[in-house]
Design a protein around this ligand. Structure first.
Ligand code: NAD
Ligand code: HSO
Ligand code: ZN
Length: 416
């Protein structure tokens, strides 16, 4: 158990780039740039032991998968689809009011979406990304997801059909990010890559950024839970297990001003962990990346949450709503007993693709607006120009940029 002071040193040292892993990822990216499709076939054999005949999944397979999955699964996907669509539509930015100065919004042309599938097929991620691109009006949506023995997961394909994804490729890891960034014989280069993934995917996105757009660093999952003396220990325990089961690198943070509650929750986690099918992953994650922090008071609790800048922050105290205005670095904030993080993973509406590793200090969760770009419009009338230009001319002289000055001055002189 940490105090906030002892924890501060730990958190400062954990959010650093793993340079050795980054070098491995760089080798993969360079290999895809040089050998294109062949590198993708080779990495499929190396990393997932699958010998592929083709990289692309046909559209007809998406439709067949949609009809083949269980009715209950199809209905669940469709409910999630609708909630995601409605929420994203409600937050979509639009053109500024037309005047002499305003902003115009344009959908991106072609985007690549990464759907994780290493240790679990993240069906929900298809909807939490592609639907947003669709609401934005993106012209072409390309999904990549790791190859699987026996073919790509049927529910992932069905979700791609529901979201009207244009093309699907069975390519995973850093090699998928490289293919989307630079293109291969089969996979066209995209304008922006979005979607979460493990450390290799996250590092690859970081490396290709600039040659292509990325959404954020959405790496191994994290949760920060705040509990008080009345919090349900079983609820919190399951919430911690739910994030720990994503990855051995997943991080879980539990904060309370009550030492007894921290101990009770810890005991509950210990009691439940062996019943989970992914117990090996969970135990490693908890052993290496679980932090239980005892804080002195509410101010310190808030300071601690903001310092972590976690992907998910779940407030399960009696005064949960009072935290909303005070937490300013959460990827997403979950308030009260009936907003568990897992409801956000699947069906609430906001995307579950969120920044990790402290990057929520400066990045936001994925939204429809990540698939739009804006440009400003400057369409001045003569009168407005003539009002502004003398100041511009003076500033140009201050910068020793005579041609800038003259570009304005010649228009001041015209039609005098
Ligand atoms: N932050 C978010 O928004 C968010 C959302 C959903 C999931 N996630 C995270 O996504 C991740 C999914 O991870 P996953 O592993 O199950 O699937 P993944 O699809 O992200 O990665 C699997 C691929 O990683 C590559 N890989 C595996 N081991 C490698 C190695 N040693 N060297 C190079 N490449 C290697 C392989 O190509 C493999 O196919 C988890 O970390 C989860 O927490 C994050
Ligand atoms: N919790 C993950 C984001 O960290 C998203 C997810 C998808 N499926 C289940 N969970
Ligand atoms: Zn999850």
């Amino acid at each position: 158990m940490y105090t906030f002071n002892s924890f501060k040193e730990v958190i400062a040292s954990t959010n650093k780039t793993d340079w050795d892993k980054l070098k491995q990822v760089m080798t993969i990216i360079q290999s895809v740039q040089e050998n294109k499709d062949q590198a993708l076939y080779d990495y499929s054999e190396t990393f997932v032991n699958v010998k592929l005949d083709t990289l692309e999944v046909m559209q007809t397979e998406l439709e067949s998968a949609y009809h083949a999955i269980e009715d209950e699964l199809r209905t669940s996907l469709e409910l999630a689809y609708q909630n995601i669509w409605d929420y994203q539509q409600s937050i979509k930015i639009s053109d500024g009011k037309t005047s002499e100065l305003y902003q115009k919004v344009h959908p991106l042309n072609r985007v690549g979406i990464y759907v994780p599938g290493g240790t679990a097929p993240l069906v929900s991620t298809v909807l939490m990304t592609a639907v947003l691109a669709k609401v934005a009006g993106v012209n072409e949506i390309i999904v990549t997801t790791p190859p699987q023995k026996g073919g790509v997961n049927q529910a992932i394909l069905a979700a791609c059909h529901i979201a009207k994804v244009d093309r699907v490729f069975q390519v995973g890891g850093a090699q998928a990010i490289a293919a989307l960034a630079y293109g291969t014989e089969s996979i066209p280069a995209v304008d922006k890559i979005a979607g979460p993934g493990n450390q290799y995917v996250a590092l690859a996105k970081k490396m290709v950024y600039g040659d292509v757009g990325i959404d954020s660093i959405a790496g191994p999952s994290e949760i920060v839970v705040v509990a008080d003396e009345d919090t349900r220990a079983d609820y919190v325990a399951y919430d911690l297990l739910a994030q720990a089961e994503h990855d051995v690198l997943a991080r879980t943070f539990l904060i309370s001003e009550s030492k007894e509650k921290l101990e009770e929750i810890q005991q509950k986690v210990d009691d439940l962990v062996d019943d989970q099918p992914r117990t090996a992953i969970i135990k490693t994650s908890l052993r290496d990346h679980h932090y239980s922090i005892l804080t002195a008071d509410k101010e310190e609790t808030i300071d601690c949450v903001n310092t972590i800048a976690g992907e998910h922050v779940s407030i399960q105290t009696k005064d949960a709503s009072s935290y909303i205005d005070r937490i300013n670095t959460a990827g997403a904030l979950f308030i009260g007993d009936y907003s568990p993080e897992a409801i956000g993973d699947y069906v609430a509406g906001p995307s579950h693709v969120l920044p990790t590793g402290g990057t929520a200090r400066f990045s936001s969760g994925l939204t429809v607006n990540d698939f739009l770009r804006t440009n400003s419009i400057i369409a001045l009338k003569e009168e407005s120009f003539k009002h502004m230009a003398p100041s511009g001319m003076r500033l140009a002289l201050e910068e020793s940029l005579q041609a800038h000055h003259d570009s304005l001055a010649c228009r001041m002189e015209e039609n005098k």
